[in-house]
Design a binder for this molecule. Sequence first.
Ligand SMILES: [Zn+2]
Ligand SMILES: [Zn+2]
Length: 302
Amino acid sequence: MANGVDGSLRISQLDANQLDQELLSLVRTQFHRIFPYSQTPLLTRLDPEITALIKFVIWRFSVFATGASIGQQILKLKYVSTRRRENNSPWMSRKQKLLHGFILIVLPWLKERFNITVDGLGFSGSNTQLKVNKYIEWAEKMLKFAALVNFAIFLQTGVYSSLTERFLGIRPMFPQRQSIRQVSFEFMTRELLWHAFSEFLFFLLPLVNFRRLKSTMSSYFLPQSRQPPTLPHMRTDTDLTMCAVCNQWPNNAHEIGCSHVFCYYCVMSNFMADPRFECPACHKDIPNEFLIRPVKTELNRR
Ligand SMILES: [Zn+2]
Ligand SMILES: [Zn+2]
C-alpha cells in the first residue's frame, strides 16, 4: 500500500467505521432491552430521538473529547485535519468536531423525524408536500451517488472514506507512526492458523453426531454399563418431568416405549437426523417413527 507508511491503511479506516456502526447498534439493542415488555407507542414514536441521544453520548465522549471515534480508538487511529490551521495543530479543530457531530447526529435525526411527521400527519397528499418530497428524494439520490464516487476515489487514494470526512477535511491517521507495523509475523501466522482451524471446525462439527459417538464409545469401553431398557410401567415422577435429551421440562411430551419422556422436538429432530437414535438414558432404540407417541399419563389411561 502506497500510503501505508505515513497514513493509515484503508482496511483500518473501514474497520473503524464498521466498529462504530456495530457499537451503535449494540447500545441501541441494550437500551431497548431495558424495556422488554413495554414497547409502548411512545418509545416507538421517540425512536429517532433515542437514536440521536445515544449517538450524541457516544460522540460527546469520543470524537468531541478525544478527536477519534470509538472504533478508531480501538484501532489506535485519530482524526487529523488535512486543512492547515492557524496554530499549526494537526488535530481536528473545535469547529470541525461540532460540524462532525451535526452531520453525524442532527442531519439523520432531521431526516427521520421529518419522514415520520410527514407520514403521520397525512400531508403527503398536498401538492407542495409532494414537490418537497420529490426534491428530497432527488437530493438523496445525488448524495448516494456522490458517496459511491467518493468511495471509489477512497479505494484509489486511501483518503476520505466518507463524504463527511471529505467535506470536513479530516482523515484518520496513526498518531504514533512507528508503532503500527510492529505486528510480528509469528503472531499473524498463529492468528491465521487459528482462524483456519476454527473455520474447519465450523464446517466439520455439524457433520458429527456426538450423541451417537458418545453412545458407541461408551458401549465399546464400558460394555457392562449396558442395562436392558426400562419399561413404561417402571416410570418414576422424575422420568415424567424431565426430557431425557435436554433435561428440561418435556415440551409436548412424547415417549418411545421406555420409561423415559422426551420433548417432541428433541426426540423427533434426533430421530430424523439419525434413524439409529436411541434413548440416551437406557439405550432403547426406535425401530420406526410410529413408536414415537404422546405420553399417556395415569390420568389419561383411566
Ligand atoms: Zn427436550
Ligand atoms: Zn429410555
